[in-house]
Design a protein around this ligand. Structure first.
Ligand code: NJP
Length: 232
């Protein structure tokens, strides 16, 4: 509690659930995503539960200079960042590698890989300025197993994992602790895109996977560099 957390992809799905949970635990949350209506919905739920508002940052993470600007404005307002939850991710259309649309391929790489690089680059100093900085990145089982027709997604999450694990080693002697979470299968828009006919009521819901985020954000957490499964 009393800590400041930036959560990307907080307009719906897992990011919205994590934002509500962190706010309920007493954090001040900064919510980033493109959809203003979704950010406002998350903020309304937070206000109803806590009587406090979030800070809303409408932002397309593919506009990388906006990530730098967000870093500057958080520095000016708070001087540091205690927790980064880099949750935003895209799947885009499924299809065979040999015929995949290059524009969609680039979009997946921009959001799932390069935006994360830019977040690290912009927020490293701010996270280290915290007594117990935490950076949590969201990966997928698809990083370690090839699913036919999911090539950009799997390739992007594998690249993300390697980058974050490398970063974790490089900053091991600082106070900053870095992890990845594999949420498992969760009922969200992204999941619905991959499996349109699926009965989502039978799946884990976003609220069911927030515990792992809280555990990794805690000051006592010592699982630096690990990939943690949110569903056992
Ligand atoms: O997906 P969804 P999830 N700029 O689609 C935001 C991983 N994962 O909650 O911009 C800024 O409901 C988007 O906001 P908006 C997955 O890979 C999931 O399932 O308003 N933000 C929205 O808030 C991802 O890393 C499952 O459209 C951008 C959010 O990202 C994370 O979990 C399994 C953006 C996506 O919400 C959350 O995904 C797994 C941009 N350019 C891993 N593009 C699962 N659900 O089963 C997107 O293994 N966003």
């Amino acid at each position: 509690s009393g800590r400041t957390a930036l959560i990307t992809g907080a307009s719906r799905g897992i990011g919205a659930a994590v934002a509500k949970r962190f706010a309920a635990e007493g954090a001040h949350v900064i919510l980033a995503a493109r959809t203003v209506g979704g950010l406002e919905e998350t903020d309304d739920a937070i206000f109803q539960a806590t009587g406090r508002n979030a800070t809303l940052v409408p932002l397309d993470l593919r506009q990388f200079d906006k990530i730098d600007q967000l870093g500057y404005s958080i520095f000016e307002r708070f001087g540091k960042l205690d927790i980064l939850v880099s949750n935003a991710g895209v799947l885009e259309a499924l299809g065979p590698v040999a015929h995949y649309d290059p524009k969609l391929w680039q979009r997946v790489m921009d959001v799932n890989v390069t935006a994360n690089f830019r977040l690290i680059r912009s927020f490293d100093r701010l996270l280290r300025a915290s007594d117990a900085g935490r950076a949590i990145f969201v990966t997928s089982g698809a990083a370690n197993a090839p699913y036919p027709y999911w090539s950009p997604y799997g390739a992007s999450k594998a690249a993300l994992e390697m980058m974050v694990k490398t970063y974790a080693m490089e900053i091991a002697s600082s106070n900053l602790r870095v992890n990845l979470i594999d949420p498992g299968i969760v009922a969200t828009k992204l999941r619905m895109q991959a499996f349109p006919g699926e009965d989502q009521t039978k799946l884990a819901q976003p609220d069911d996977v927030t515990e792992a985020f809280v555990a990794l954000a805690e000051a006592s957490c010592t699982r630096h560099g690990e990939v943690v499964s949110a569903q056992g």
